[in-house]
Design a binder for this molecule. Structure first.
Ligand SMILES: Nc1ncnc2c1ncn2[C@@H]1O[C@H](COP(=O)(O)OP(=O)(O)O)[C@@H](O)[C@H]1O
Ligand SMILES: [Mg+2]
Length: 258
């Protein structure tokens, strides 16, 4: 059995203007240790899907199973990273990283060392006493990554974590995330609009269509790890990006024809 199994999941929101079908019959599986990206246009239900994986939204129909258990409520063994770092401005970088431990009433003393190690790894070792306002956007997002890893979750769920960053910082963050992956061996679901980012980071890329959305393709990314910046310049990399783009465009054409 797969680590994550999403089985014929639907999500219909009740709205004032009538129901909105955000996710329509989505099924896929993720194996333990895999990094899977989900690509799709805005409003196609990607965040909704991620919230259902995190147990923060209920499915309308279908089932999500993680590690043998049906998801019915928020899970502790999940780390979440959003587009905005959502740090607490009055806390230091170190205390922001430790915040989940405080909430879960864990042992702060032992986790303080772990937090320092995580900050070192993402290049923020000298910034542990800084406040979020003193950091750049990329640095804040690195803090958010450390915060998501502090309780050593098996699963990382990431919702367009680098979309608000400039292109150069975004490339740096992609490289940082690859390193983290190499080192910590988590399972990951990563949402993005960027085809190249998805291919750089992932073992598999799923494409979702416009709403009501479903998964239209599931492509395996064959590149060995560790991966570096030069990967994006290879012919094979660009051929995979082209294939994904064609699937996305075919999805758009189907929508217009419908
Ligand atoms: N809490 C909600 N109530 C009603 N509709 C919602 C809610 N959250 C999202 N939606 C709608 O569901 C659709 C999918 O949204 P979302 O999952 O945020 O898409 P994405 O992350 O792909 O941009 C959109 O049409 C959005 O307006
Ligand atoms: Mg979203």
């Amino acid at each position: 059995m797969s680590y994550i199994s999403v089985d014929r999941v639907f999500k219909i929101y009740g709205g004032r203007q009538g129901p909105v079908e955000a996710v329509s019959n989505v099924s896929f599986a993720v194996e333990a240790g895999e990094f899977v990206s989900i690509l799709g246009p805005s409003g196609c239900g990607k965040s909704t899907l991620l919230m259902m994986l995190a147990g923060l939204e209920a499915t309308t129909a279908g089932a999500i199973t993680i590690d043998g258990r049906t998801v019915t409520s928020p899970r502790r063994d999940v780390g979440l990273i959003f587009q905005d770092a959502t740090l607490l401005p009055w806390l230091s970088v170190l205390d922001n990283v430790l915040f989940p431990i405080r909430i879960m009433k864990g042992d702060l003393a032992t986790h303080r060392q772990k937090a320092r190690e995580l900050l070192d790894m993402v290049g923020l070792g000298d910034f542990h006493a800084h406040k979020p306002a003193q950091l750049s956007g990329g640095m804040r997002q690195r803090v958010a990554i450390c915060r998501a890893l502090i309780h050593d979750p098996h699963l990382l769920l990431m919702d367009e974590p680098f979309s608000a960053l400039d292109a150069i910082t975004r490339d740096d963050m992609n490289m940082a995330l690859l390193e983290i992956w190499q080192r910590y061996h988590k399972t990951g679901v990563f949402i993005t609009h960027s085809i190249r980012e998805a291919v750089v980071l992932s073992d598999r890329v799923l494409v979702m269509t416009r709403r009501p959305s479903t998964v239209v393709c599931d492509i395996r990314i064959p590149f060995a790890r560790p991966r570096g910046r030069d990967l994006g310049e290879t012919l094979e990399f660009n051929a995979i990006c082209r294939t994904l783009r064609e699937h996305i465009e075919a999805g758009h054409r189907r929508d217009r024809a419908a």
